[in-house]
Write a protein that binds this ligand. Structure first.
Ligand SMILES: Cc1cc2nc3c(=O)[nH]c(=O)nc-3n(C[C@H](O)[C@H](O)[C@H](O)COP(=O)(O)OP(=O)(O)OC[C@H]3O[C@@H](n4cnc5c(N)ncnc54)[C@H](O)[C@@H]3O)c2cc1C
Length: 373
């Protein structure tokens, strides 16, 4: 089956979905391709910071998400020996917002679906890029569940397909990876009774443990472990590991005992950041994690993907109407975003390196423009 469109976006994560909506709203025919057969199936970050909040409000998506359910963090707390010793309150009125992935993507998709120029293809995995004789990208080939190969011809391809981007690989864009010395174990458990929406940090064996309150009364545990150590950790009993967590946060005891029993109850995130040699080629651009994977620190990844989409949606319509989609013109997008993203990545390193210092300061309440973690 063959399709024609102006813009073909690969990946219906936060970046690809928002871009598809913003282009379709401007009557630009847009096909959004997602390999999963439902939205929000991929496990992703769900904390929105003030940048992401601002963009979602600007495009009137925030209200719908709020009606589906979200949770504002009241503050950030630092814990030692089972007690809070430092609390930071934000001048913004909240310390980040938990937005369930399904709520975010469904809200964007429901508003996009109103526009006839928007088409979403689920269960469709991109496998090849097409180019003309001049090397300009002209479309993609994909495998669609139950239908076999499909072809989408487009004026531009957008790779919004995440940290392991197929589009980036197929377009031979070099991805430079920087390890930060740690990986992350994630688990989600029901929140204990009377748990206030907050972000809590502790040091356990010199490693950061973070708790994030989530909508619908859950707590997400984010546990830093030494880079590459998970294979050997898994050979040990999980119990001493869980006991340390209970010592750090005694309130979690009951919920942990009921819900965490083995390593299988944790998900491993390989932590690294990356930057690509270029974000654009003739007839192609990459956005979000595909262009710049971030570490979890500060919850910048999803927010940066959303901001990429917002900026590109303002640049693309002009370039499409002029028929100028060569790399030199698309660089306007990269130039608008690259420095901002690289500054955030540098900030992540500073925050990670100074994390221990937070545990040496005395008891106090601060008000500042906090970042999430
Ligand atoms: C455990 C974890 C916690 C995190 N916490 C936070 C947080 O709290 N806040 C925050 O801002 N960021 C966080 N991040 C980062 C955040 O999840 C990412 O930065 C963000 O999802 C990037 O959005 P994206 O749209 O660029 O890509 P993604 O969200 O990765 O979406 C890419 C999409 O492309 C699809 N796809 C991939 N390959 C193909 C293909 N060949 N064909 C078709 N479709 C394809 C995938 O199925 C996926 O749906 C976290 C990440 C992880 C893993």
């Amino acid at each position: 089956m063959n399709y024609q469109t102006d813009v073909c976006i690969i990946g219906a994560g936060p970046g690809g979905s928002l871009l598809a909506y913003l282009l379709a709203k401007q009557n630009i025919s847009t096909i959004l391709i997602e390999r999963s057969d439902e939205l929000g199936k991929e496990f992703r970050g769900e904390h929105l910071n003030e940048d992401g909040e601002m963009i979602l409000k600007k495009h009137h998506i925030f209200e719908e998400i709020e009606s589906l359910g979200l949770l504002r963090m009241s503050r950030v707390e630092y814990w030692k020996d089972g007690h809070v010793f430092k609390t930071i309150e934000s001048e913004l009125g909240h310390a980040g917002i938990h937005v369930p992935q399904q709520h975010l993507l469904q809200s964007i998709n429901s508003q996009a679906s109103i526009h006839p120029s928007y088409k979403l293809m689920l269960g469709t995995k991109v496998t090849e890029l097409m180019q003309n004789e001049k090397g300009q990208y002209t479309g993609i080939k994909a495998q669609q569940k139950g239908r076999g190969e499909i072809i989408v011809e487009s004026k531009i391809i957008i790779g919004a397909d995440g940290r392991y981007s197929t589009v980036r690989k197929l377009a031979h864009i070099k991805n430079n990876i920087h390890n930060h010395g740690y990986d992350l174990l994630w688990a989600k458990i029901p929140a204990p009774a009377n748990w206030e929406p907050s972000i809590k940090f502790a040091l356990v064996k010199q490693q950061q443990v973070a708790l994030f309150s989530q909508a619908k009364s859950f707590v997400q545990i984010g546990w830093n472990i030494k880079k590459g150590s998970y294979t050997s950790l898994r050979k040990q009993s999980v119990q001493p590991f869980l006991d340390q967590l209970i010592l750090a946060f005694p309130q979690l005891k009951e919920s942990m005992e009921q819900n965490l029993h083995s390593w299988k109850d944790f998900i491993l995130l390989s932590v690294y950041s990356s930057h690509c040699d270029t974000w654009v080629k003739n007839g192609l651009a990459i956005i979000g994690d595909a262009a710049h994977t971030m570490t979890p620190t500060g919850a910048y990844g999803m927010n940066a993907a959303i901001m990429d989409a917002d900026v590109l949606s303002q640049i693309l319509p002009n370039l499409l109407s002029q028929g100028s989609l060569e790399a030199g013109k698309l660089k306007v997008f990269e130039n608008a975003r690259r420095k901002i993203v690289e500054d955030l990545q540098a900030q992540q390193v500073v925050t990670e390196d100074s994390f221990m210092e937070k545990f040496t300061n005395s008891l106090k309440i601060e008000k500042e423009n906090i970042t999430l973690y």
